[in-house]
Write a protein that binds this ligand. Sequence first.
Ligand code: 5GP
Ligand code: ZN
Length: 120
Amino acid sequence: MSDIVKHDPDCLFCKIVSGEIPSSKVYEDEVCYAFKDIDPQAPVHFLVIPKEHIQSCAAVDGSNSAVVGHIFEVIAKLAAELDLGDGFRVVSNVGRQAGQSVPHLHFHVLSGRDMTWPPG
Ligand code: 5GP
Ligand code: ZN
């Protein structure tokens, strides 16, 4: 059972996928889209999102988990192409308390500086 809407006309990232809102593209295929974060938190900071509207990691189920697997393949490929071998971080905030500000599943990819743990 799934409540996925393929395209939500009120969703910021759906508008980025459709081109209604411009973005700086890093990568695109039929399943996902990667673009630079508008407010970078590291020298390298881009977002990888599914083209279909999935609200967050909490909405991943058997109907869409292949999309998430594909996104992680893309992240590995981009990390190699962009020479992020010294290290990178993949983050997906889920819900208000974790700091999710856009309710369309996205994976932050951050690199190019030393990072601390735990995150804030
Ligand atoms: P969250 O806070 O949900 O984990 O991450 C949302 C991210 O989207 C933030 O890092 C924010 O800077 C980024 N963002 C918000 N609006 C836009 C936009 O219009 N364009 C781009 N490229 N990034 C955005
Ligand atoms: Zn969306």
